[in-house]
Design a protein around this ligand. Structure first.
Ligand code: ADP
Length: 172
């Protein structure tokens, strides 16, 4: 039987990308052949970084994972319905990361509704390692804003982008 390429979509706001996201991406690389990291416009969340900046940063920090895992990782912006985007890119799997109980309710509803919208696309949950479980973009931004050290939560490029953001904010 010919083996078809398994394509997965990992959607999120990635504002900014953290070691938690990178952990999920590396795990996702073990279950799909091609991974599309889909950066959501998420205007409702009032992101710190513009969509272009989030895409650029995510692209830059995921290139190493692509090399290490040998799978194709593409980073793309999206503003449409997630299942529609997944269909457009030929994905059969949506990957989401799960942190402790706090994520469960929201993720449970999202997966259920997406399944209703398109039962041919399966949502798969992955857990980050203990070291990365508790990391959230929201707290990383707060810590950086208050001058704390975020180097163990984010890759160096994200850290530099956060420093620049804090500087920009303080000057304006
Ligand atoms: P969203 O706005 O879709 O929640 P995020 O960028 O905050 O976007 O998160 C994208 C996905 O990554 C979500 O499924 C989220 O639960 C998961 N995630 C984020 N940080 C972590 C982490 N530290 N460990 C595991 N999963 C994570």
């Amino acid at each position: 039987m010919p083996r078809t390429e398994k394509i997965g979509v990992y959607p999120g706001t990635f504002d900014p990308i953290t070691n938690g996201h990178l952990d999920i991406i590396a795990r996702g690389a073990r279950v799909v052949d091609r991974l599309i990291v889909a950066v959501a416009v998420s205007t409702g969340k009032g992101p710190m970084l513009s969509l272009d900046d989030r895409v650029g940063l995510t692209r830059a920090v995921t290139s190493d994972v692509a090399q290490e895992t040998g799978i194709v990782i593409e980073v793309r912006p999206f503003s449409s319905l997630l299942v529609q985007f997944a269909r457009e890119v030929g994905a059969s799997v949506i990957l989401r990361g799960l942190r402790a109980i706090s994520d469960f309710d929201f993720e449970f509803q999202l997966a259920g509704m997406n399944y209703r919208l398109d039962p041919s696309i399966e949502t798969v949950f992955l857990m980050a390692s203990e070291r990365h479980q508790f990391i959230s973009s929201r707290f990383v931004k707060e810590i950086a804003w208050l001058g704390g050290d975020v180097s163990s939560f984010v890759p160096p490029l994200t850290e530099r982008r956060l420093e620049a953001w804090v500087k920009e904010q303080r000057q304006s």
